[in-house]
Every structure is written in structure tokens, then in C-alpha cells.
Design a protein around this ligand. Structure first.
Ligand code: ADP
Ligand code: MG
Length: 443
């Protein structure tokens, strides 16, 4: 590479860094806008945060028994059996996991729900669970649902690449119960509906009473926290005192500065204009943002000597796993048929991955700071944040970047916030929701 092109490459990368950087001032603005949107959402006013009541409070840690859970994420479906010992220990006694096929995500409601029912039946068969008794199951459905009771709720709109026809506006518990019936499995009763964030919070807080926030950083992103019932102004009649977990649907937060790559991604997405925070943060999109940067750089002759454009021309060809590989010091070049990549190109791609993933982690950190300071403005108590999702778990350095922004924003008091992986939390938590629901409905 000659000196001129090296300078141009450097210039491009430092510009890129500034375009994606979330500084202290940006983060403070995000926090203040989060607080405004939270308050509007709780009051039932126009807001990009839906603030959906979940109809459950945190567990006491004394709930006991065996429970089943079905966890429909954005990428995988899991069926689990969980045993609660009544003394803050939850044990996963059986689990099956399958990848959700693309044709189910994009087909029709009956295909999707028959597939889900088949996964439940397969779980019964493979784990040798008899069908001689009734089973209660909690359905974790990780999409925005307008919940109307502990065991009913209508899908507001698909996210994360799902488009299955005939589900939006419908009660997803009814769709699942009907599919189970069609498959001859009416011995399974869908006793509760939950969101994965709520499950994640429930799982960790069953074990640790200092846990007061659940966050998802996987295919999508979302969060929940316990709110005082008196503050949920849009739902009078929930009770005068006590708390209820609120599913924020924070992926929809839209008071954000987007850049040219965010705008291209959004326009070409299945849900343009929606889920702006999710599109800047979550695993489904980081690879695509990086791909759009790479395409521009190839077109400007700044990467691969202006060749190899066709290798990167397909939308979503580059994934967040690919970025994680780069960050780890390995590379994805073989997957794209690229040979003899120069050291300069490798270094530039490494930088792109760092820039895109750092913004994601800093935004996620700022959003957590917003929710924690909403609950506890002066950070007087400890807050354990239960976080589930492969992005948080597996992206090298991601957790460190989140802690950095918390420390930048909150100084010493940042230490009051503990980020804690809650692996498979949404599934175990669903079982705990089942336990709390059984208590609520038997009262
Ligand atoms: P779900 O969101 O379906 O519950 P996960 O929590 O496993 O599932 O998240 C899947 C997302 O995590 C995918 O978008 C994927 O790109 C991303 N991901 C998977 N493996 C890794 C990895 N090693 N590093 C970073 N991100 C990853
Ligand atoms: Mg998940």
C-alpha cells in the first residue's frame, strides 16, 4: 500500500470512529431521554418505550416444585424442565434446543405454532416424560406483547426477522394452546405468558435478592425492572401498593443519533423506522452494520484494493459471530472466499469490528444506567443486573466496554452496579414465573 492510500485509510477509520462514538455527553442525553420516555410510557402517553406490565412481581425465593417452560427466542427454541427447591436454588433437570427454521419465521401462524408444539412433544418423548398427568407450562415469547393477564397477550408486532402471517394482533397463548390440542397434547396447560427479559430477572432474583433488572443482549435487545404499581398510571386497578415487573421493550427506544449506515440498514429492514436501539445494539444487526461499512470502503478503494465487492454484496452475509472471530484475533476471510488478505486490510477490518461493537456495548451500558438511576437516583443500594444472550456472553471485551461507560457516567458509584450473566435465565425464569403464577391464581 502506498503512502497516500495509507493516509486515506487512516482518515476514513478515524472518521468512522467519531461517527460511531458514544461520548459521556451522548450517554447523559440518552439517560435523560430514557427517563422522559419511561415516564410517558408508564402514563400511557406516546412513547418509544412501551412499558408493558407483566402481571408478576419478583419471586420470594421460597417457591417450590417442578415446572415446564418453553422459550421462543429470536434464533432458538428451548423446552426446559426446572425444579425449584424453595431455598433459592433452581435446577435445570431437562432441556432441548432447536434452531427455528427460516421458513417457520416467515411462513404462516399454523406452521409456526405446529412447529412449536412439535418441539414440546419431542421434549416429552426424548426425556421420557409420561403423559399420564397434567403439566403446566410457561410460554416465554420474546416479542412485544400487550399482556392482558398472566396467561394472555396479543402480539403487537413482529421483530428480529419474524414475519409469520396471522399472528400479529392475536393472543399467542391461545395460538399455542390450539396447536397443542391439534397435536393431541391437551394434557399441557399453558399457565403463564412471559417475556424473556422478565424470565431473566426472575431467574436471577430467585437466587439473589439484589437483582432488580433483567436485560437481553442476544438476537434482539430488551430490558425489564420492578416498578411501583402506583407509578403504572396507564393501568389503574392493578393494586394500590407493591411492585410489578415492567417489560420496557427498550429495543424500540428511538431518541438516538443514527448515522448513514444505521439509516441504510433501517430502510432495508423488515420493520423500517422501528426498533432503532435494537438495530444499533443487538446481535442480529452488528454484522450487517459492519458489512455496510466494508462495502463503502471497497467502493472507495480503501479495502482489498477495491476488489471483492461481490463477496460482501449479500445483506446479512456478515454476522456478529464473524465480528467476534475478528476481535478474538482469528478471521472470517475463508467464509468469504478471500485469500492473501494484506496486514493492512486485516487491521482495518479489525478496527471496524471494534468500532461497531464498542458502540453497541456503550449504548447498552448507558441504557442500563438510565434504568438503574430511575429506580435509585443516588445509587444508594446494590443493583445486580441479570443479562442473558450470546452477544453479552460471547463477544470478547463486550462486558468490559459496558462497565467502562458505567464507570465514566457514575464514577465510584458505578461499582454499585453488577453485570451478571444469567445463562438460559429466560427459560429457568419462565419456570419461576409459573410458580409465582400458580400462587397468584390459587389465591
Ligand atoms: P436468542 O436471542 O434467540 O435467545 P442468543 O442469546 O443465543 O439467542 O443470541 C443469538 C445472537 O447472538 C445472534 O444474533 C448471534 O449473532 C449472536 N452471537 C452468537 N454467537 C456469538 C458470538 N460468539 N459472539 C457474539 N455474538 C454471537
Ligand atoms: Mg434468548
Amino acid at each position: 500500500m502506498n503512502k497516500d492510500s495509507a493516509t486515506m485509510l487512516d482518515r476514513f477509520l478515524s472518521h468512522l470512529e467519531s461517527v460511531f462514538f458514544i461520548g459521556l455527553h451522548d450517554a447523559e442525553e440518552i439517560i435523560s431521554n430514557f427517563h422522559k420516555e419511561m415516564s410517558h410510557g408508564l402514563a400511557g402517553e406516546k412513547s418509544s418505550l412501551k412499558m408493558i406490565p407483566s402481571f408478576v412481581c419478583r419471586p420470594k425465593g421460597t417457591e417450590k416444585g417442578k415446572f415446564l417452560a418453553l422459550d421462543l427466542g429470536g434464533t432458538n427454541i428451548r423446552v426446559l424442565a426446572v425444579e425449584l427447591d424453595g431455598n433459592r436454588n433452581a435446577v435445570l433437570t431437562a432441556a432441548n434446543k432447536s434452531v427455528i427454521p427460516q421458513e417457520m419465521m416467515a411462513g404462516t401462524w399454523d406452521n409456526l405454532f405446529d412447529f412449536i408444539a412439535d418441539c414440546v412433544l419431542l421434549f416429552f418423548k426424548e426425556n421420557d416424560i409420561g403423559i399420564h398427568q397434567g403439566y403446566s407450562l410457561t410460554f416465554t415469547f420474546s416479542f412485544p406483547v400487550a399482556q392482558s393477564s398472566i396467561a394472555s397477550g396479543k402480539l403487537i408486532g413482529w421483530t428480529k426477522g419474524f414475519t409469520a402471517a396471522g399472528v400479529e394482533g392475536e393472543d399467542v397463548v391461545a395460538l399455542l394452546s390450539e396447536a397443542l390440542k391439534r397435536k393431541g397434547a391437551s394434557f399441557i396447560h399453558v399457565a403463564a405468558l412471559a417475556n424473556d427479559t422478565v424470565g431473566t430477572l426472575m431467574a436471577k432474583s430467585y437466587a439473589d435478592p439484589s437483582c432488580d433488572m433483567g436485560v437481553i443482549l442476544g438476537t434482539g435487545t430488551n430490558a425489564c425492572y420492578p416498578e411501583k404499581i402506583a407509578h403504572i398510571l396507564k393501568r389503574p386497578g392493578l393494586g394500590a401498593s407493591g411492585e410489578m415487573i415492567v417489560n420496557m421493550e427498550w429495543g424500540g427506544f428511538n431518541q438516538l443519533q443514527t448515522n448513514i449506515y444505521d439509516n441504510i440498514l433501517d430502510r432495508a429492514s423488515l420493520n423500517p423506522g422501528k426498533q432503532l436501539l435494537e438495530k444499533m445494539v443487538s446481535g442480529m444487526y452488528l454484522g450487517e452494520i459492519a458489512r455496510l461499512v466494508i462495502v463503502e470502503m471497497i467502493e472507495q478503494g480503501l479495502l482489498f484494493r477495491g476488489t471483492s465487492l461481490s463477496a460482501f454484496s449479500k445483506g446479512y452475509a456478515l454476522t456478529t459471530e464473524h465480528l467476534a472471530m475478528m476481535t478474538q484475533g482469528s478471521d472470517f476471510f475463508a467464509d468469504f472466499g478471500l485469500r492473501d488478505v494484506t496486514a493492512a486490510d486485516r487491521q482495518a477490518i479489525h478496527e471496524i469490528c471494534r468500532i461497531v461493537s464498542t458502540r453497541s456495548a456503550r449504548l447498552a451500558g448507558a441504557a442500563i444506567a438510565a434504568v438503574v438511576t430511575w429506580m435509585d437516583a443516588n445509587l444508594e443500594s446494590e443493583h445486580t443486573i441479570a443479562i442473558d444472550g450470546s452477544l453479552f456472553e460471547k463477544y470478547p471485551g463486550f462486558q468490559g466496554c459496558m462497565s467502562d461507560i458505567l464507570n465514566d457516567l457514575l464514577g465510584d458509584r458505578g461499582a454499585m452496579i453488577k453485570l451478571d450473566l444469567a445463562k438460559d435465565g429466560s427459560g429457568i425464569g419462565a419456570a419461576i414465573i409459573g410458580a409465582v403464577a400458580a400462587h397468584i391464581t390459587s389465591r
